[in-house]
Design a protein. Structure first.
Length: 199
């Protein structure tokens, strides 16, 4: 088992034909390689730019270190990678791939937003802003499917809303107990769109 004092492990048993060495001494490393795919997809769809466009920045310009677009991207990509809590910002603030995802230099770029910055950002979003963001997401989805379907006419759009259980452990904020599932959990609502008779 690797520890702070053991920078590498070598496996030399009969499982491998040659000794295999695993090093843990890289100064700049990330476990979130999938972030590059998310960034490429976002660049194609423009989803985070659309979400940020629905927000009004009321902060004092001279005191801003992180743009609204950077904060939106940090939260959206973080949630997509399993960092649902703003407290996770401390772990990924200097992660090279997370910095690259918000167009900062992965090695010399400034650190991403901290937990207090992200929490203030989330709590400052108003209901009208959420409505603008919702309409932006809907417009993005409809435009994507319009390009995908081409000239085929859509006669029916089915919106399927389903909750999905996400169990929690400990005393996590906003989780609740459900007798139906027999556990403490979050219950996010997923929306699936179907055009015409697609399955």
């Amino acid at each position: 088992m690797a520890t702070a004092c053991i920078a590498q492990l070598t496996f030399g048993d009969q499982t491998f034909l040659k000794p295999v060495t695993v090093a843990f001494d890289q100064e700049y490393a990330s476990a979130d390689g999938g972030l590059l795919l998310l960034k490429a997809l976002d660049a194609r769809l423009g989803l985070t730019r659309t979400l940020a466009g629905g927000l009004r920045d009321g902060r004092q310009p001279g005191k801003i270190q992180h743009s609204v677009l950077d904060l939106v991207r940090q939260r959206v990509f973080g949630v997509a990678l399993g960092y649902a809590d703003c407290n996770d910002a401390a772990r990924v603030a200097d992660d090279p791939l997370h910095k690259l995802a918000v167009d900062r230099d992965p090695l010399t770029g400034a650190a991403l937003g901290s937990q207090p910055t992200l929490s203030r950002f989330e709590n400052a979003i108003s209901r009208p802003a959420l409505g603008r963001m919702l309409h932006g997401v809907a417009d993005t989805v409809i435009a994507l499917h319009r390009r995908r379907l081409g000239r085929r006419r859509v006669r029916r759009i089915t919106i399927d809303l389903d909750p999905t259980e996400d169990p929690t452990h400990g005393q996590q904020e906003l989780s609740f107990f459900s007798g139906h599932y027999g556990s403490w959990h979050y219950l996010p609502l997923l929306a699936t769109l179907t055009f015409n008779t697609e399955s």
